[in-house]
Design a protein around this ligand. Sequence first.
Ligand code: F6R
Length: 612
Amino acid sequence: MCGIVGYTGFKEANTILIDGLKKLEYRGYDSAGIALQLEGKLKITKAAGSVADLESKMDEGDSEVKVGIGHTRWATHGRPTDENAHPHYSCCEKFAVIHNGIIENHQALRQWLKEETGHEFRSETDTEVLAHLVEEYYKDDLLEAVRNAVARVEGSYAMVVISSHEPERLVCARQDSPLIVGLGEDENFVASDIPALLAHTRKTKILEDGEFASITPEQVEIFDAEGKSIDKEVFEITWDIESAEKGGYEHFMLKEIMEQPAVAKETMRQRIDPANGRVKLDEINLTDEEIQTLDNIYIVACGTAYHAGLLGKAVLEDLAGIPVEVDVASEFRYRRPIFKENQLVIVISQSGETADTLAALRMARQKGVKVLAITNVVGSSVSREADEVLYTWAGPEIAVASTKAYLTQLVALYLVAIYFGELRGYLASEKADELVKGLKELPGQLEQVLSEESLAKLHKYCEHLSKWDNAFFVGRNLDYPVAREGALKLKEISYIHAEAYAAGELKHGPLALIVDGVPVVALITQKAVYDKTLSNIQEVNARGGAVFAITMEGNDDVAEQVESVFYLPPVNDVLAPVLAAVPTQLIAYYTALARGSSVDKPRNLAKSVTVE
Ligand code: F6R
């Protein structure tokens, strides 16, 4: 995830900025850069790679400087290169900008800036439009210029701008992306994250959406969207560096689970046309005809991404009417899959570097089959080698057990299924409207699922679960892939052997293992199979199994059957897996905690599996 640091004061800015960027390295990034106020000019140094690479490019004279901004970039628009790294100059090089977030209307702004006002661009990024806009609107006040620039922008941003016209000043703006001002004595700071500030100050002012800040060594002024000055309270940080890195959470995994409402929103951003509510996947270049004539899709992935693929199969078949096969990449690559004439392969990979997934992608392409990649990492091998790429905007995932990346994979698959379904005339527009409305409500519903009140319900059951070495996850229909992923999560981080079954399969064998107290997590969200799943729960109950049910609000008869119930807010059945996945992640998390396991780095596992 991108990181921001800014400094204005009396000390060596370059050292403060480099140290600040190093404190943000844990968040993941692929390039870094710094802009310094040097003898009446702005000097930008950038490097693809690490902060250490950037440091090695700095000159000795840079240490004289007292004002500057620094950035670590996690590529979104444009590959991770020197040119695309932030800060970005405006044409006259008197303005430099760093930015976290996504400028949704960057293409229209770029065109306007080029054609109407003659600006020339140096990078492929969305951010660069901000630098040119600020230059365009600058008269004699940087804050005014930033306000006018931001008024043209749609999207999310935490941005900091410096100008050689006003050498001591940092001007900042925030919308949907965090920005924190750090207060010092004759010096002040700004950062996207607390770890970058902790070595210097614990006194902060936290910007809210729509707010601006003007920062000099002596003064911090904050303004609301209307330009009215705001008297903001000072927020004293009490966290140590380790908890600051985790946003105050005990583990990265919990932080990432909590980020899910935001990343779900981010993954939908720009992909639903606000004018007509239609899904639009502009980044996919498959022609309408190619999509309309598809005979078959193979979804290929590993682990959690494979489980996302299982749900992808169900929704693509249901909404787009395309037969879909799903395979784990390590099997697919050594099989001789039968490709249809109009075939598409979808690979799913958080890292974009998984060796088996990459091999499967290459195999399909060698056979002349088009590959669409759903991945989280811009510039990854998968993204470079696939014909088409749809990015999940989950940001870097640090915990080994995937949570937020998985959730964004589900969202991406819904978008593909709705888009394909409408184009193929298979999905009625009323049904598509209903699903899009449902998708847009998901971030708010995820917040509800993650409320403290909901979380409290999980603890007691996890205490029970933590004492067992075996557990089951069951569900039917769309609940089944969620059960598969829930079981994997529990295995990975709590080391409890968990198995997922299609609930109807219980009586074909595994019911023999259900005795007093055996933990069974039952997903029961699908109306079409509700009564059937309820009967399966009764079968478990009758044998003394301890059932934890995950169901929709209003399904009160479930509560009569089981030990504990977790209610999800009302949601279209098709979209229920997005909400239902969350309690299963939390069950794994709290159970692992109760067992004292290493949550973020489970034994024997690596985040990215780049070998076979
Ligand atoms: C489990 C997990 C793994 C990955 C798998 C594929 O929590 O994270 O099962 O899903 O190794 O990784 P990517 O998605 O990077 O290809």
